[in-house]
Ligand binder design. Sequence first.
Ligand SMILES: [Zn+2]
Length: 139
Amino acid sequence: MLTAHSFQNRSGSMSQPTTMKITTQRDLIREVAARWRQQYEPFRDDRPIFSIRNGYRQPIKKKEIAEMLDAIDAETATPADIAAIIGNESWTRLTCHECGKDTDAVLTVGQEPDYESHTACLCAPCVKRAASIPWRENQ
Ligand SMILES: [Zn+2]
């Protein structure tokens, strides 16, 4: 499933088609701090996030999470590292819309991803399967 905050684009027009592109989990990790800030800045005095799962004994605020995300090494951090900070895996999850499997890279086709865009993410095996389907004119 394409999660809205995984591919945020507030500036793009929904009617503009995109060039097909590959998105990897590394791309998402490189952009996660900026996407978090885009989602939540300016940081209000919001309720702290409390997560047993990520081991926070004290509730943590979104601004503190932003600072932790700023501090990661985006070239070596793993999706698990990001999930440990945020408390869930949705910010680095890539799921194929055809087979439904989670994958580390997808081909994105269609409109620029946004909340209501017509966008599909396909894993490599599904792209290869699609390319192997016989295509005839006037069928
Ligand atoms: Zn697939």
